[in-house]
Design a protein around this ligand. Structure first.
Ligand code: FMN
Length: 330
């Protein structure tokens, strides 16, 4: 998620979920072809399985970017056909490309030629007035004919003019049925649903209809959700307590700090770790007040743990919480 996630965020998420496929925020093909590719492409080995998301519509640039990504060993390369922002429309990429399936199919073919990793597509269920099954099917058909076998579908349309990107993630209504029908129309194609998934029961329900679920905002705001899901799907996995997750981050943070990374650029992703637990506010407040200070090191996180009330730990730091108590009490 642009402006929110980065490699530090993904490393942290990986500590919470060994199995989830982690997606990068969108990187434009131009940034990789003409910019500092290493800055956008490097990641920690622990982040696997990891998908790079590319934005663009120029098949040649997309292919060059895919080739570079392939050198870095990405497990999947994803084409963004879902982002509605003006900036992105002007560059001819994102959701507006749903109306130009041939262009996306051309990018797909050129990219897949350059990499052994599967090239996949993230899309919406429609754009503007094109809010019907035929439009979505026509788009998917063109990509399937080109060889694409995996789609992540954000289950709402994008309104390309008049709504901000943020509004485009809330105002157009979610329509999971449309995604379920897409799966029925393309049974041999992997369909991953996205949009508005915030609890395990919902994820269970959508997985009765489609092959996978992508979680965006809830994973960022309440990262422990990923651990709860991981445990649901892999009962052999021992869910770490939140404190243990913090501890596993310390050596990583120390190494990053030694390389000149600021504590805040890692700890900002960890603010939601205790969401749903008593003490969540104390955790957030301590980090927010201390992590940006000059010389701040990983001890800030240990101190933040200690700043939390000791009372609830036995209950809330080991295992999933069922009630979002900080929302109730604060
Ligand atoms: C701040 C922010 C940045 C986002 N950036 C991207 C992006 O770079 N690429 C993308 O495909 N989707 C992006 N999205 C959309 C999410 O991936 C997801 O499709 C959307 O938030 C709906 O899923 P959710 O309800 O689980 O969050 C972004 C969302 C947010 C909130």
């Amino acid at each position: 998620m642009m402006d929110w996630t980065d490699r530090h965020c993904r490393y942290f998420m990986r500590m919470l979920s060994p199995g989830a496929i982690l997606y990068t925020e969108m990187v434009t093909a131009a940034a990789i072809v003409h910019g500092d590719a290493d800055r956008f492409l490097r990641y920690h080995e622990a982040e696997h399985p990891i998908a790079l998301q590319l934005g663009g519509s120029d098949a040649d640039w997309m292919a060059q970017a895919a080739a570079r990504a392939s050198e870095y060993g990405y497990d999947e390369i994803n084409i963004n056909v879902g982002c509605p922002s003006d900036r992105v429309q002007s560059g001819q990429f994102g959701a507006c490309l749903m109306a130009q399936p041939d262009i996306v199919a051309g990018c797909f073919t050129a990219m897949q030629r350059e990499t052994d990793a599967p090239v996949t597509v993230k899309t919406r269920i429609g754009i503007d007035d094109n809010d019907d099954d035929v439009f979505l099917r026509t788009f998917v058909d063109a990509l399937v004919a080109a060889g694409c076998r995996k789609f992540i579908v954000h289950a709402r349309i994008a309104i390309l003019e008049g709504l901000s990107p943020k509004e485009n993630r809330t105002i157009p209504p979610l329509n999971y049925e449309r995604v379920y029908r897409l799966k029925r129309d393309f049974p041999g194609v992997e369909i991953v649903i996205n949009g508005g998934l915030t609890d395990s029961a919902q994820v269970d329900e959508v997985l009765r209809h489609v092959d996978g679920a992508m979680i965006g905002r809830e994973a960022y705001h309440r990262p422990y959700f990923l651990a709860e899901l991981e445990q649901r799907f892999d009962s052999t996995w021992t869910i770490p307590s939140r404190a243990e997750v913090v501890e596993t981050m310390i050596p990583y943070i120390d190494r990053q700090l030694a390389n000149g990374v600021a504590l805040n650029s890692i700890s900002r992703h960890m603010l939601g770790l205790f969401t749903g637990c008593p003490g969540a506010r104390a955790w957030r407040r301590y980090i927010s007040e201390h992590a940006h200070r000059a010389g701040a090191g990983s001890e800030v996180l240990i101190n933040a743990l200690n700043a939390m009330p000791p009372m609830p730990r036995a209950d809330t730091m080991h295992g999933p919480v069922t009630q979002r108590q900080d929302e109730v009490s604060q």
